[in-house]
Design a protein around this ligand. Sequence first.
Ligand code: ATP
Ligand code: MG
Length: 211
Amino acid sequence: MDGRARKAQRKIGIMGGTFDPIHFGHLLAAEESRTALDLDEVIFIPAGDPAHKRERKTASPEDRYVMTLLTTLGNPKFTPSRIEIDRKEPSHTVDTLREMRHWYAPEKVGFYFITGLDAVLGITTWKEHEALPGLCRIVAVNRPGYVPQKLEALPAEMRSAIIPLEIPLLSISSTEIRQRIEQGRSIKYLLPEAVEQYIFKKGLYRRKLEV
Ligand code: ATP
Ligand code: MG
C-alpha cells in the first residue's frame, strides 16, 4: 500500500486475560476481532496479579507470559506484552489502557479491548469502569453459555463503547484445561502444541501429590 494511502489512525487490539493457560478460544477471539475490525495488530497482555482471581493459585506470571509468547509467534499481527506482569501493583484494565495511551500517541491510535461476553457482562465491577469508554472501544465476542442480549442491561454509556462481535463458538476454557491436566486427560487440540509441551515440561497445573 502507498504510504500516503495508509489509514490515519492505527487500530490496536488489546487481548487481556489471565491466560492460565492461553488456548484456542483466546486466539480465535483475537483473530476474528482483527479481521472483522481491520485491526493493525493485537497485543496480548497476560495479567500480572489477576485482581479477581486471588482465590486460587495461578501459574507464575513468567510462565503465563512464556506461553503467550509461544502462542503469538506464528502470527505476525500478534504481539505479547509484559506491561502487566512487570507491574508491581495488581492489574486493572483501566491502568493498562492509560499506560498504553502514554506509550502510543492517543491521537494516532484507537484501542480495541477484546473481551468475551462472560467478562464484559461483569464490567461494571471493574476499577474505574466509567473511564473505559473514553479510553477504548470494547469488542464483546460471544462465548458458549452467554447471550449478547444481556449487554442491554449495561449502562448506556458503556453500551455505546461496546461492539458486539459474533465469532464461531469454542467451548474451551482455561479452567477446563487445568482440570483435564489434574485428571490426567488429554488437552490436545484445545491449545497450541508448543504450549502443551511447555505445560508438561514445567509440570504446570498438576496436583501436588502426582509425580
Ligand atoms: P478461566 O477459566 O481461568 O477463567 P478463560 O478461559 O476464561 O480462563 P481468561 O484468561 O479468563 O480465559 O479470558 C481472557 C479473555 O478471553 C476473557 O475476555 C474471556 O472472556 C475471553 N475468552 C476466553 N475463552 C474464550 C472462548 N472460548 N471464546 C471466546 N472468548 C473467550
Ligand atoms: Mg475467564
